[in-house]
Design a binder for this molecule. Structure first.
Ligand SMILES: Nc1ncnc2c1ncn2[C@@H]1O[C@H](COP(=O)(O)OP(=O)(O)O)[C@@H](O)[C@H]1O
Ligand SMILES: [Mg+2]
Length: 365
């Protein structure tokens, strides 16, 4: 384990009868990190979060928080607090009493309690809202109250289970920015659960992409996007073009492959070992491809194809290019700038260009 891991999840399993919800997961989370668990419904995100909170016990493995093993520590003794999707605030209490709810067992003076609540109302940008009733609040405001109620207890870790899931898109995007800023301000470690890849990319320092109870890749947002390790991660995050390929040469930092539709091309090896003849897949993002009407000067990193159709989407356009030897057309995404050489009404022969650095080699692990 690294020296500064604040949360250490070590080879944790969780079985519910015959269902294995978590399968040997190991994750280390740093102090003050905004960490996300990302994956589709049923992959085990909530189960992992509930084990951090102490609502579920691991079937195997161990969880450490702040250097302490958690196996014998009940939920209320853990330095964590949890925020849920369905903002768990009391409809019959006003905002002040909702936020102060967790403080009721602490012996604080009226004034001290009042000051703490006011501090929280400032933090969540709702000053003066103390006397409002819960049913006089919008969805976004309620969720901020739920955050304040969790944060007033000064937990070392805040666990958030799809807290923005019930909000509409515009409000959700605004709350994402606020949540990120709030986390920076309070400096508390956040473990955030979402099935929304854009949300995870926007918010997180690092993300664990999960599937069927396992971690597929643990990386920074740009690491996941730019260098996914396998096809599942590559297709879960953003849009990707895939090409079947075989390794035809290994040369230190680069690997040469024979790829369907693209021919013999080079890609960065990125510290992986490849064997000649090995089957791999090549992946290239649509926005890393460029279309030109004429053949480029450097012929090693381009291929000729035929423009099948295109869609104008305002700030960008999508093009679909048929290549010899491929059933699926290749997707190209281009920003709509003044003077673009190829418009969405064009058809016929085009050149597809890319840079070696944008080629990702996926393995089948
Ligand atoms: N209390 C439970 N009893 C039985 N199965 C459960 C229980 N909680 C979760 N599961 C199962 O564990 C798996 C992971 O669930 P969950 O952690 O809720 O996924 P997610 O939050 O990623 O949608 C699912 O197959 C789910 O049906
Ligand atoms: Mg869940």
């Amino acid at each position: 384990m690294t020296e500064d891991a604040f949360i250490s999840i070590r080879k944790v399993d969780k079985h519910f009868g015959k269902v294995q919800a978590i399968d040997s997961v190991s994750i280390e989370i740093g102090h003050g990190e905004f960490f996300s668990l990302l994956g589709s419904s049923g992959c085990g995100k909530t189960t992992l979060l509930r084990m951090l909170a102490g609502f579920e016990a691991p079937t195997g493995g161990e969880i450490f928080i702040d250097g302490q093993p958690m196996s014998d520590v009940p939920p209320h003794m853990r330095p964590v607090n949890m925020v849920f999707q369905n903002y768990a605030i009391f409809p019959h209490l006003n905002v002040r009493d909702n936020i102060a709810y967790g403080l009721r067992k602490q012996r604080l003076s009226r004034n001290r309690r009042h000051d703490l609540v006011e501090e929280m109302l400032e933090l969540i940008k709702l000053p003066g809202f103390g006397d409002r009733r819960a049913n006089e609040l919008s969805g976004g405001q309620r969720q901020r109250i739920a955050l304040a109620r969790a944060l007033i207890l000064r937990p070392k870790v805040l666990l958030l289970d799809e807290p923005l899931g019930a909000l509409d898109k515009q409000l959700r995007e605004q709350m994402q920015l606020e949540l990120r800023a709030l986390q920076r301000t309070v400096g508390i470690t956040f473990v955030f659960v979402t099935h929304d890849q854009e949300e995870a990319l926007t918010l997180s320092d690092r993300i664990a992409v999960m599937s069927q109870g396992r971690v597929l890749q643990l990386d920074t947002p740009s690491g996941l996007y730019e260098t996914p390790h396998n096809r599942e991660v590559a297709s879960f995050i953003g849009t990707m073009n895939f090409f079947d390929a075989k390794v035809s040469g290994v040369n230190g930092a680069r690997v040469e492959v024979e790829a369907a539709g693209l021919g013999r091309i080079n890609a960065p090896a990125r510290d992986r070992r490849y064997v000649e003849g090995e089957s791999v897949q090549i992946a290239i993002r649509p926005e890393k491809l460029e279309l030109t009407a004429d053949a480029p000067l450097d012929s090693g990193i381009s291929v000729q194809g035929s423009l099948e159709n295109a869609a104008y989407l305002g700030e960008r356009s999508h093009f679909f290019v048929k290549l010899d030897g491929l059933d699926q057309p290749v997707a190209v995404s281009a920003q709509n700038r003044e003077g673009a050489t190829i418009g969405t009404d064009a058809t016929g022969p085009v050149w597809l260009n890319w840079s070696e650095a944008s080629v990702v080699v996926l393995t089948s692990d």
